[in-house]
Design a binder for this molecule. Structure first.
Ligand code: THU
Length: 143
């Protein structure tokens, strides 16, 4: 389903708000995400880094895990913004691990990924950015 222009703009604005809380003492790269659930709730997420590096959590996963931990597992769209602190950035595509988390909960042809950078936006389906993903269906097919 195509997203309304107003919904898209609202989600990018929410992602920029989320980005303000990015905890990034090691990379200075601030990411914000705004995840729209089918029930209309928007979950914000930012990246949260760690001195031990590998525990770092991406903004997208922060948003997903906030929602799922509240019992919400059905989603329509996510907006993502990312740039070095104080700089203008280009589109920030989600990392492979975050795409895999999206694949756990989202329909590949329905879920919309909105990349934002200033006034620019670009929208993709999950299938476009994660073709041939590994899902629960793979587990079922070999039973
Ligand atoms: N990062 C995200 O939050 N989302 C992504 O999809 C890509 C990378 C974060 C992780 C780390 O804090 C910083 O960006 C630099 O990799």
């Amino acid at each position: 389903m195509k997203l309304e222009e107003a919904t898209k703009n609202m989600l990018v604005a929410e992602a920029y708000e989320a980005q303000r809380n990015a905890y990034v003492p090691y990379s200075d790269f601030c990411v914000g995400a705004a995840l729209l659930a089918k029930n209309g709730t928007v979950y914000r997420g930012c990246n949260i880094e760690n001195a031990s590096f590998s525990p770092t959590n991406c903004a997208e996963r922060t948003a997903f895990f906030k929602a799922v931990s509240e019992g919400v597992t059905e989603f329509e769209a996510i907006a993502i913004v990312g740039n070095k602190k104080g700089k203008e950035g280009d589109f920030c595509a989600p990392c492979g691990v975050c795409r895999q988390v999206m694949a756990e909960f989202c329909d590949p042809d329905e879920f919309q990924i909105i990349l934002g950078a200033g006034e620019k936006t670009s929208v993709y389906t999950l299938r476009e950015i994660l073709p041939m993903g590994f899902t629960n269906d793979n587990l079922k097919s070999s039973e």
